[in-house]
Design a binder for this molecule. Structure first.
Ligand SMILES: Cc1cc2nc3c(=O)[nH]c(=O)nc-3n(C[C@H](O)[C@H](O)[C@H](O)COP(=O)(O)OP(=O)(O)OC[C@H]3O[C@@H](n4cnc5c(N)ncnc54)[C@H](O)[C@@H]3O)c2cc1C
Length: 375
């Protein structure tokens, strides 16, 4: 085991809960604080690719995740009319017994993670955050908002894209940037013969698609340019979404007609952030979206957060010093996360400002090769 015996994780989302599981497997004592008073997350869909399933297998949660989700066959990239141009099925990186692609609802994934955290013996406190972080050569001392205090060997900032740990430790200069597009999503019943995720390219400004999510549901999405990052009146969301879906083939017209409830439309402006290396200062390390928030173009945000967790757990379980753990983490994580971050932003750029060399399918194939590499 490394010099790191006791860790505080700030943020109980996908990365933070995964890190808790990984660190407990390495024998590290773990506290987690999550600002939300309830262990609840948005009811949106999440696409989980083979490298994420492999990372979940390393955490021991892949069976539960697969049981909670819907394995689908892969991604079909289509032209605007719906003609299939490329099929990417991915490799079964976690072994033949696991699928290469999995649709999940976010609440289902959260429950899988929470169950494993509870079983691991990590100490999760909800409705709590930090008010001060003080570092010395020997430890890091954290003051919590309920007045309590704790001393740790390492603090992991897993508090998402708007990370307060990041601004507290690194300053205000690193902020997520709006990329010019927004993503629209809506859950609908899944036609029983829909077994592939479909993405339709070719309309200026963005794309549309749909993905199986569970036995009974799918989600339809559009990623589209939203100049000036506008605010949308909540009473217009369904009509705005349907408008962005005009002109596409496949199942889009029949699915689009079912988008009628404004409250069920999930709209998010797209933002990205890549912290320069290293993602640590002293004894505080950022993981997940806090360090490398990406757009959904490659479907890799969650996967990269879970991979961060696996690598951190492996390093903390080895006979290493604090410095070796942190340097080793950056060596194994920076380039891969940078590729995902920059590749995702690049696809969004091509959608907004098409160029001769724009090659969505080529870049997605490269991504599949990159993430197939061992962690
Ligand atoms: C609508 C939507 C759809 C997405 N779909 C996909 C997808 O299909 N596939 C995919 O791979 N990725 C997807 N992503 C991206 C993915 O969700 C993120 O990359 C991933 O959740 C990052 O994990 P994280 O733990 O770093 O951050 P999060 O999951 O955001 O977790 C951060 C946690 O920190 C907590 N927190 C925040 N501030 C504090 C604080 N000060 N103190 C304590 N706790 C705090 C938050 O409440 C939250 O629980 C999607 C994102 C969105 C918004």
């Amino acid at each position: 085991m490394s010099d790191i015996k006791k860790v505080l994780i700030i943020g109980g989302g996908i990365g933070g809960l995964s890190a808790a599981i990984a660190l407990r497997k390495a024998g590290v004592a773990v506290d987690i604080v999550e600002i939300s008073p309830q262990a609840k997350v948005f009811h949106v869909g999440i696409v989980v690719q083979a490298n994420c399933i492999r990372a979940m297998a390393q955490l021991g949660i892949a069976d539960a995740a697969v049981a909670a989700g819907f394995p689908y066959k892969g991604l079909r990239i289509c032209n605007q009319q719906g003609e299939v141009k490329v099929e990417l099925s991915g490799a079964r990186l976690a072994g033949e017994q696991y699928p290469a692609n999995l649709g999940l609802t976010r609440p289902a994934l959260h429950q899988v993670l929470l169950d494993a955290v509870t079983a691991s013996g990590a100490h999760l406190r909800l409705g709590l955050t930090f008010s001060n972080i003080e570092q010395s050569a020997d430890n890091v001392s954290v003051q919590f908002t309920d007045g309590s205090r704790g001393d740790y060997d390492l603090v992991v900032g897993a508090d998402g894209v708007y990370s307060k740990v990041r601004t507290t430790v690194f300053g205000e200069q690193y902020t997520p940037q709006f990329t010019g597009q927004g993503v629209w999503r809506y859950n609908l019943p899944r036609p029983k013969d829909l077994l592939w995720s479909h993405m339709f390219e070719g309309k200026a400004g963005g794309k549309a698609g749909y993905t199986p999510l569970t036995e009974d549901s799918l989600y339809i999405l559009s990623v589209f340019e939203e100049p000036g990052n506008p605010f949308f009146d909540p009473d217009t969301l369904a009509a705005e979404f349907r408008q962005r879906l005009e002109g596409y083939g496949g199942l889009v017209p029949e699915l689009s007609a079912q988008i009628t409830d404004n409250r069920k439309v999930v709209y998010r402006p797209l933002e990205a952030l890549l912290m320069p290396a290293p993602w640590y200062r002293g004894r505080v390390l950022l993981i997940g979206d806090a360090a490398h928030a990406t757009t959904p173009h490659m479907g890799q945000g969650a996967a990269q957060a879970v991979e961060d967790a696996v690598v951190l757990g492996e390093l903390c379980g080895a006979e290493l010093t604090l410095a070796q753990v942190l340097d080793g983490f950056m060596q194994r994580r920076f380039e891969r996360c940078k590729f995902i971050n920059q590749g995702s932003v690049q696809i969004g750029e091509w959608e907004q400002r098409p160029t001769q060399d724009a090659d969505f399918a080529g870049l997605m194939k490269r991504m599949i090769d990159v993430v197939a590499q061992p962690l």
